[in-house]
Design a protein around this ligand. Structure first.
Ligand SMILES: [Zn+2]
Length: 326
């Protein structure tokens, strides 16, 4: 058995471990949904694209800077209605029996709320990486952002072009002309770490912060297995041929509506050829170097993806493993 570094308590993987019961059986029951909306315990999240409306904690207002974990994204229906007109509304589920909803509001309305001293209006990425809300709020916010974003981009029937109507508490759109039913979708993305013995393959996108490296990733294509997508993307982006693929974990990634499928894969070649149209760079990192990056102790200041993202966990699992993962 190899000795492995002790990285401490694993961080929470963002947007996962929802405490909401989605209560999907209620969605089609309009009377049940109306009763849930009228429940005094009902709360609603307000979102406009990337932006989420948060109520500042008293501590934040007093100190004039965000209070990690303390901002509140849940409003009563009366509070939410007073803040901005709602577009689509959706039922997210029940939390300890208390109904939770979300509504889309216009970008202009959200921007206008930024001037209020008691509210914080910012994007979901900043909320997650900054830890602005309690971790249990992130899964329903991800659920809301993905579905409300789908409504915003799917106002017309994809079959005949007629304006479609939301039904089933926001979980379907129906076309009044051709009868087609449209459901919110989620797009699978493979995200993987290719491993060659004591070395792992990381890449850099031009969009990344300076010095940050992460796993390679790409959308699964129609007619492709997850394993095939892992091998194809690694070969396309870095020229590395891979063999075995092992599933690690998955993560909802509502930017705009993906499911990240995390994997480890065994590299069978080592010579890198970077596709500069896809990524900025790729190279092999030793396990020791990756450990230093995870601990933010790398001598050159190199880091890996934030703990909110599954890439961090994929890399950490490899660094900590006392056996071959693939
Ligand atoms: Zn239609």
């Amino acid at each position: 058995m190899l000795s492995r570094p002790d990285l401490g308590v694993p961080p929470h993987l963002g947007y996962t471990a929802s405490t909401l019961d989605r209560a999907a059986d209620r969605r089609r029951d309009a009377a049940a949904i109306a009763a849930l909306e009228a429940d005094p315990r009902a709360r609603i999240h307000l979102l406009a694209g990337e932006l989420v409306v948060l109520r500042k904690s008293a501590a934040t207002i007093a100190r004039a800077y965000p209070n990690p974990g303390g901002e509140d994204p849940a409003f009563t229906f009366a509070e939410g209605a007073a803040l901005a007109p709602w577009r689509e509304r959706m039922f997210l589920g029940l939390r300890d029996g208390a109904p939770r909803f979300a509504a889309g509001i216009d970008k202009e309305a959200a921007e206008a709320l930024k001037s209020r001293g008691d509210l914080l209006v910012t994007d979901l990425r900043a909320i997650a990486t900054g830890g602005l809300v309690a971790p249990e709020h992130l899964p329903p916010l991800a659920e809301a952002k993905a579905v409300l974003g789908w409504h915003a981009r799917h106002r017309f029937c994809a079959n005949c072009g007629t304006p479609s109507q939301p039904v089933d508490a926001g979980w379907r759109r129906d076309c009044p002309a051709c009868g087609m039913q449209h459901f919110p979708r989620t797009d699978p993305v493979v995200i993987m770490l290719a491993i060659d013995g004591e070395y792992g393959l990381l890449g850099r996108s031009p969009r990344f912060a300076p010095n940050m490296w992460s796993c390679l990733a790409g959308f699964v294509e129609p007619g492709e297995t997850l394993e095939e997508a892992v091998r194809r993307e690694t070969r396309e982006e870095a020229g590395i041929v891979c063999g075995r693929v092992a599933y690690f974990a998955s993560q909802p990634w509502p930017f705009p509506m993906s499911l990240m499928v995390g994997c480890h894969t065994a590299a069978v070649t080592t010579e890198i050829t970077v596709d500069r149209s896809e990524i900025e760079d790729a190279r092999w990192f030793s396990r020791d170097e990756a450990t230093a990056m995870l601990l933010r102790r790398h001598p050159a200041g190199l880091t890996v993806a934030h703990p909110v993202a599954i890439a961090h966990h994929i890399i950490r699992a490899w660094v900590e493993a006392d056996r071959s993962l693939v």
